[in-house]
Ligand binder design. Structure first.
Ligand code: NAD
Length: 542
């Protein structure tokens, strides 16, 4: 046993490469995009390090060109789900006993592989499979994935350092045990980095996982799994099982060894998982930890002192980057009447410039939404706005699903601050604006605070710094990530730990100590050097 005490230096964030024409990274990425789009790969289940193929298959397609098949995948049946649980429990024995520095080294090696050898692979898979442009993929599949891996190794080192005080006649220790059992990880389609982190955060702390990836992000998620294996992840530590959420969930939630759920996705799914766990409480060995980040209805609130161009640019980028499919995306905006003509002009000008189209053309700012269900959902909101007297569409409003699932960035202006699209999460490129009277600022901040059940992200724009502070106070519970004079998307690991409360989740702040701490069950050990040999209290003895 090596008793040395290790320290990891605080990491720096992965630099975002520029991908300028003819740069080395651009040339490598273009070659990889061609390679991945001219083949159809097979995506097996990976359980205990072994590949499994079942009789049930599905296809992975490009959202921006939906007849183009990228992969065939195999779906788990109850039998493979059971194997995955058994395999996670078997691996737990070795993995949880291993020195945490060995675990950290596997995370750090995965980060190095993504930063170098597999940068183009991860970007191409995320661009083609999830319809992200180069920049959106680079900040997600590469930079944020690496940051989660490196920062979690560092934050874990800080947690392991924490020890209680000992006195002269006793030694007190905290043993940071992983949870007893396995962790069920359920990932969403929209961020490759989240899929990585949902697994690697509990894994860093010594847990093993049964991973149900989203079907619409399987290509990048499969490559991630292969990279973790190449980095030295032992068999069974992560068990990758694509398939039907309902089928996998049903089997997993009935296991007495379910120790926790690490989830990111919709409220509907998380509420379902929570309800099922509640109903099954009597069968579990421990109370499962439930950590979930869910939906958002994020706001941008402009104060009369704000600058119109800054409001418009940040609203556009915040609302429409990656087609509005970020949990943090701006989807409702409050603008004072005095500022609106200038903001409106700037927004229309940007909308007329920014192009929508295939990810292969780097000049396209907006690409396709993830699938047909998402396309139909967006078009239903647009139809509702077109038909309702309380709303007017001032930009976009059209969609086309013939080749890819394209929805134009759409701006709705409403007279009703509780209009349907001001309240409900849409998860697409639709921004609704409410114009308030300048003398109704306080009242409108109150409306903003109460309009939606969520509390994920929000931004205020104001040159008047006292007004910005006051808005920050008034909107205290409206967002777990609050921004002053910045768009509410693009949180960076190590700088802005991410998560929201109210209906947006358990706010365990991915990418930091708060989250990692949920994956341990500490044991306190007290050793006394001089055990008691007298049962009476001191005052009972002469
Ligand atoms: P989703 O809820 O449809 O799917 C998430 C995952 O749950 C998928 O892997 C899906 O297959 C699985 N699933 C579905 N039913 C299941 C069941 N019964 N049992 C087990 N698993 C099941 O969400 P999505 O469409 O992939 O992602 C979009 C949602 O995610 C949005 O609501 C968005 O706001 C949210 N999101 C939140 C954050 C955050 O940090 N708060 C980040 C990203 C995405």
């Amino acid at each position: 046993m090596n008793n040395a005490i290790y320290n990891f230096a605080p990491p720096s964030n992965e630099p975002i490469l520029e991908y300028k024409h003819n740069s080395q990274e651009r040339t490598e990425l273009e070659a990889e995009l061609t390679r991945q789009s001219t083949m159809v790969i097979e995506i097996p289940l990976i359980i205990g390090g072994k590949e499994y193929r079942t009789s049930q298959t599905g296809t992975v397609r490009m959202p921006h060109n939906h007849t183009h098949i990228l992969a065939t995948y195999y779906k788990a049946t109850e039998i493979e789900v059971q194997f995955a649980i058994e395999s996670a429990l078997k691996a737990h024995k070795i993995w949880s006993d291993l020195s945490w520095t060995v675990r950290a080294s596997i995370l750090l090696k995965s980060a190095e592989l993504i930063s170098g050898k597999y940068r183009a692979v991860m970007n191409a898979a995320t661009m083609l499979g999830q319809s992200k442009n180069i920049y959106q993929s680079e900040i997600d599949a590469v930079c944020e994935t690496i940051d989660f891996l490196k920062f979690n190794a560092y934050f874990a080192s800080k947690i392991y350092e924490m020890q209680p005080r000992s006195t002269f006649n006793q030694l007190n220790k905290m043993e940071f045990r992983p949870l007893e059992g396995f962790v069920f990880t359920v990932s969403p389609f929209n961020f490759t980095s989240i899929a990585s982190n949902l697994n690697m955060a509990p894994v860093m702390m010594g847990n093993t996982t049964v991973w149900k990836p989203a079907t619409t992000s399987l290509l990048s998620n499969y490559y991630l799994m292969k990279i973790f294996q190449e980095a030295g992840l032992p068999d069974g530590v992560i068990n990758f099982i694509p398939g039907s959420g309902a089928l996998i969930g049903n089997t997993v939630l009935k296991s007495p060894d379910l120790a926790g759920i690490h989830f990111t996705g919709s409220n509907e799914t998380f509420n379902h998982l929570w309800n099922e766990v509640s109903g099954n409480l009597s069968i579990y060995r421990s109370y499962p930890r439930l950590i979930g980040e869910t939906g958002g209805k994020n706001f941008l609130f402009a104060h009369p002192s704000a600058t119109a161009r800054e409001v418009a640019v940040n609203a556009y980028r915040g609302a429409f980057e990656f087609q509005g499919q970020k949990c943090s995306a701006v989807s409702r905006m409050y603008v004072p009447k005095s500022l609106w003509p200038a903001v409106n002009k700037e927004l229309i000008s940007i909308c007329s410039e920014a192009q929508v189209g295939d990810v292969m053309d780097p000049m396209n700012f907006i690409n396709a939404v993830i699938d047909e269900a998402s396309f139909n959902n967006c078009m239903n909101y647009i139809k509702y706005a077109l038909e309702d007297g309380d709303a007017e569409i001032i930009a976009g409003g059209k969609g086309d699903k013939n080749v890819g699932y394209y929805v134009e960035p759409t701006i709705i202006v409403t007279k009703n601050p509780k209009f349907k699209s001001m309240v409900e999460e849409i998860f697409g490129p639709i921004l609704t604006v409410y114009i308030y009277e300048d003398n109704k600022l306080e009242e409108t901040i109150g409306i903003c605070n109460e309009t939606s059940p969520y509390g994920l992200t929000g931004a205020v724009f104001a040159l008047d710094r006292i007004a910005a502070s006051s808005m920050c106070e008034q909107l205290r519970y409206a967002a777990g990530n609050f921004y002053i004079n910045d768009k509410p998307t693009g949180a960076i690991v190590g700088l802005q730990p991410f998560g929201g409360s109210r209906a947006s989740g358990t706010n365990d702040k991915a990418g930091g100590e708060f989250n990692l701490i949920r994956w341990i069950s500490p044991r306190t050990i007290k050793e006394t050097f001089l055990p008691a040999s007298e049962y009476r209290y001191g005052y009972m003895i002469d």
